[in-house]
Design a binder for this molecule. Sequence first.
Ligand code: SF4
Length: 237
Amino acid sequence: MPRPFKPAEVAEFFSRFAAQDPDPRTELAYINPYTLLVAVVLSAQATDIGVNKATAPLFRNVDTPQKMVELGEERLREAIKTIGLYRNKAKNVIALSKALIANHGGQVPQNREALEALPGVGRKTANVVLNVVFGEPTIAVDTHIFRVGNRTNLAPGKDPRQVEDRLEKIVPDKYKLHAHHWLILHGRYICVARKPRCPDCIVADLCRYGAKTPPPGATPEVEKKILKVAKTSRRAR
Ligand code: SF4
């Protein structure tokens, strides 16, 4: 079993991200709380780039729940048809827009329970909205954070909720607001799924992953050793 992180190591881990990128932002394009909520709902199992491509023309004309309901499900489907699962997402966006009008005066509520009661909105989406719109120190665990948490052994867990709970517990308060974006961006660009870019990683010395990608020019012996560790750790999982 890899060694768990000590509190000082967790603090060091996040202090490096804070130094590198003091004010990380979501890569989803939005213009107000409502369009952020819609963008996050559309981003499930899709890339931010793909979502932004579809929402750029959409949000130019449709930026409130009222306008979305007026647009209607059929035209919304057409506008987002390049995004995976678009049929179901269009249904949810229309339903959540109607619920916002009926129950929240057309506003996005600053309340987890109310957010999670909206169609198509789960814990992760609620966490993103609470964090980005309302500045709450929530940690939304997506596929990138789940991978980074487990791979580094910073926050191991069998499911996203376990990883979230672990991060909630160990991330120092002063890093909580941005922890979610630092980890997402790290997972998206450096600690990528297939071949993590370990030689470019600013937390490589703290990371417990046993099969780090070797630096360019590593000897075949080193590569072989790493491959062996990777196989063993895959078998152990
Ligand atoms: S050293 Fe490699 S595996 Fe560890 S966090 Fe960095 S990129 Fe990911």
